[in-house]
Design a protein around this ligand. Sequence first.
Ligand code: PGA
Length: 234
Amino acid sequence: MKFIAGNWKMNGSRSLLDDMVKDLEAVDTENKIILCVPFTMLGKTSDKIAFGAQDVSAQAKGAFTGEISAGMLADANAKYVIIGHSERRQYHGETNNIVRNKATQALANGLIPIICVGETMEEKQAGKTMAVIESGVRESVPSDVNTDIIIAYEPRWAIGAGLTPTDVEIADAHALIAKTLEDMGLAGTPVLYGASVKGSNAADIMSIPNVDGVLVGGASLKSDDFIPIITSVK
Ligand code: PGA
């Protein structure tokens, strides 16, 4: 079983989601399908598809206009929440510290955080990829986790760019993340790969050791693109 998570980002509509859900319901798979949709589209959970949000407040409740709390996401039937996606880190200044606080809120409210880590092109070129990944995991994951979490390795330079790292680069990154999680007492935590996943590369990527699934952006918006990724692996 692999995790196949879609990240719709700020795309789609409720009617597009209805169509997607209908198409996904008909897919014969044992993989775990997660759709991370905009807040306004949450609430359509079924047996086959689990829903997730794409961000959550680091605060529990109160005078934080415009924020959505983890409790509200749980109340809206979300099971998962992406935290620290590279676009949040890039456009909203989210640091590992903020990501950890958000993940703490998610866990306190029974949500499974999908915590994203990954290097920018600048960091890659400076030879800092492994250091950024390791500190990303160590600093973004709360210290007292005693329930499920998911990590997503997303090389930031490859997202939405049609670029992917080599298989060896993915293998090295995932081996490091798995080892770091083991050191932290979190052995067995699923680690997803994300950035420019499509039907034609999904099976290859998911055959790499320590890759427990994929986080898919652009190719999760149309069933013709998303379903081949889901069915590319058993
Ligand atoms: P992409 O996005 O698949 O469009 O590269 C991945 C992501 O941002 O999660």
